[in-house]
Design a protein around this ligand. Structure first.
Ligand SMILES: Nc1ncnc2c1ncn2[C@@H]1O[C@H](COP(=O)(O)OP(=O)(O)OP(=O)(O)O)[C@@H](O)[C@H]1O
Ligand SMILES: [Mg+2]
Length: 325
């Protein structure tokens, strides 16, 4: 792969299933050693996009490249350059963790010594050394995810597709997995990860592509997307409801637009940044109004999603989640 070639690119990818247009003209390009987050709600077309790039399903039209190989005409090269962790764990329940890694390693044609060495390394890296000789049936969800990832790394692919890698994990396992993924990127791996978790895209992705109903509705860095959703605001909570009118008058001196939520005893005004908030805090400090809380609120990726789609990103209960493919 040439240096200036993208690690992963999509060129007007389309996938139809009968009357359903699952992916409707998706294009992007991601440089090497970086993370692309494909963000979208259920049914947006994330898995289908990944499956086309991983050559598991053929595009209806359009194409893409992985490590410089065309996904339509160069499937063999694509498969040699990538690893895939699917939305549902694909490891074999009846084998041990170690055996699962061996199995895939030998499918890739690695010799026994290499497989043995690498499986030790991978088990260690994913904190599965102790569990490596137990059958996967006895693993927790988080351990299965980590094993799944370990298996997809046996061939050390330069490009890794991760379809909702942390769905169903508890917050701690999620943060641990993020750390492992960051390490991989530091070593030069390119990640394409799909997620419904805005926070996950925010944490990991250098670039985010937001898709809804098969189409790209926004793209950019996490910061750029947040900026699209508008400016930051200062939020104050007064201790006594009877202070609200006076508090509103004071806040108006600092911010032309003020929103009052009487029930929550909360006022929201515009603030560009910390300096604005400090000015507001000083103004209230001089007054006799007692505050419970004051803070600066920046739009979250959640707000971005709401702004773009008109609806909140819905995250399914992982228990009821089903594999779409
Ligand atoms: N094999 C298939 N046959 C028919 N329709 C399909 C098939 N695979 C996906 N679809 C449809 O294509 C659309 C996109 O599905 P896809 O699985 O790509 O979404 P997704 O973004 O991965 O959603 P989720 O967050 O639920 O995993 C959906 O409407 C889905 O029902
Ligand atoms: Mg999916």
């Amino acid at each position: 792969m040439r240096d200036d070639q993208p690690a992963v690119a999509a060129y007007d990818l389309v996938k139809r299933f009968g009357d359903t247009v699952a992916v409707d003209g998706v294009s992007f390009s991601q440089p090497r050693g970086s993370v692309l987050g494909l963000l979208g709600p259920n049914g947006a077309g994330k898995t289908t996009t990944v499956r086309m790039l991983a050559t598991l399903t053929t595009p209806t039209s359009g194409t893409g490249t992985v490590a410089g190989h065309d996904i339509v005409t160069g499937g063999e090269g694509v498969r040699r350059s990538m690893g895939l962790t699917g939305q549902a764990a694909t490891v074999d329940e009846l084998l041990t963790g170690r055996e699962n890694i061996w199995l895939i390693g030998s499918l890739y044609g690695l010799d026994r010594q290499t497989v043995a060495r690498k499986s030790d390394e991978l088990l260690e890296r994913f904190s599965l050394s102790d569990a490596g000789n137990r059958v996967v049936k006895t693993y927790s969800g988080g351990m299965r995810r980590r094993l799944d990832l370990a298996v997809s790394l046996i061939a050390a692919p330069p490009v890794l597709f991760l379809d909702e890698p942390t769905t169903g994990l508890d917050p701690r396992s999620r943060v641990e997995l993020w750390e492992v993924l960051r390490d991989l990127v530091r070593e030069g791996t390119t990640l394409l990860l799909t997620t419904q978790y805005l926070e996950e895209a925010d944490q990991l992705a250098d670039n985010i592509v937001v898709i809804d109903k098969g189409r790209i509705i926004a793209e950019g860095t996490p910061l750029q997307l947040k900026e699209q959703a508008g400016a930051a605001s200062v939020v104050l909570t007064v201790s006594h409801a009877e202070d609200l009118p006076e508090a509103e008058r004071l806040l108006r001196e600092c911010s032309p637009e003020v929103h009052v939520d009487v029930g929550a005893r909360q006022l929201t005004g515009q603030a560009d940044g910390l300096a604005d908030m400090t000015r507001v805090a000083a103004r209230f400090d001089e007054s006799r109004i007692v505050l419970d809380d004051i803070g600066l609120q920046r739009p979250s990726l959640d707000d971005v999603f709401l702004h773009l789609t008109g609806h909140r990103a819905e995250v399914e209960d992982p228990e009821t989640e089903e594999e779409a493919s």
